[in-house]
Design a protein around this ligand. Sequence first.
Ligand SMILES: *[C@@H]1O[C@H](CO)[C@@H](O)[C@H](O)[C@H]1NC(C)=O
Length: 390
Amino acid sequence: MMRSGGMMLTYAPCFTFLTCALIVSSTANLDHSPQDLNIRQVTDNQNPISTTNLLLLGTTTELRFKSFIQKYEKSYSTHEEYVHRLGVFAKNFIRAAEHQAMDPTAIHGVTQFSDLTEEEFETMYMGLGGRGGTLLGKDPVDSAAAAAAKSTAMMDRATDLPESFDWREKGAVTNVKMQGRCGSCWAFSTTGAIEGANFIATGKLLNLSEQQLVDCDHKCDLKEKDACDDGCSGGLMTNAYNYLIEAGGIEEESTYPYTGKRGECKFNPDKVAVIVRSFTSIPVDESQIAANLVHNGPLAIGLNAVFMQTYIGGVSCPLICGKKHLNHGVLLVGYGSRGYSILRLGYKPYWIIKNSWGVHWGEHGYYRLCRGHNMCGMNSMVSAVGIQTS
Ligand SMILES: *[C@@H]1O[C@H](CO)[C@@H](O)[C@H](O)[C@H]1NC(C)=O
């Protein structure tokens, strides 16, 4: 198989390991095991029964916390846990206000993640899997490599693009899915790109199996040998394409359904629905990204999800958002031209991003991020996938 021939370029700046900015869903996994609680408590350096937290009992903060619990159907096994989570909630309430100040064109507030510390939200069970450390923080853009790739990569025509574009309207995007308490964003980003490519090639929209990737894909990055796909502990879309090229394809959700837990690999080659042939890393230039999106289909991207924990809606255009700390894999499905931004003085273009945190998060499961500023590093890990058509 001409695997390396299939990959059109390899400058993908994949020095980052996507841990998916943990979420706890309201619907999935309410059966917290005691072990989970321990882990989450030790990651927070606050005493679960601190006096500060006890002082919150009976305040308006607790009233807000109670309606949060009701809205998102949360349950805590002990009173200590309740008080601890109340303290976390109070801090997140302040953090949402800070995010609002930093990102005035979006709406930030209480979300289903408001009882998780920033560390829990971001790193999930990191360290539990014996992974020495993450690969975060390295510069994802090697400019020399990027420059070299630009000469070899096919530059897409970035002129004559429509003013706005949305693959959802064309039927190339499946419903918003829910990863649950599992750092499997990279698998959802991967299936999203393949679902789109398959729709464009065949006219058929299929739900593809993230669970196959969670259970069976242990591929490591060619350059960063520690960056291996690791079920609910994180992974990379480029690794997943390589796994799928070798495995022979991907099953549908219906034959290999999502459980949100790493299990034994049950991949059955006879049930392959889509065969992955190749993938391409897209240059970091946002007009190239737009051209590739329009011409090739939805694109898998990595970004820094720090503002997403409190995001409720609007165009997110934070004053400061680290471009190097990519921790979440999502799917770019379109763009628009007139999202209002006070900060950027006027109507500014934005990207439309499909997330995998269910429909109750963000704008019916979607995130809008302002375009043209390499915002939150969204330009630095972008890929398109090529499938086999018969
Ligand atoms: C994908 O799965 C969801 C949830 O089961 C379902 O509602 C939706 O119709 C499916 N989409 C396609 C294209 O099969």
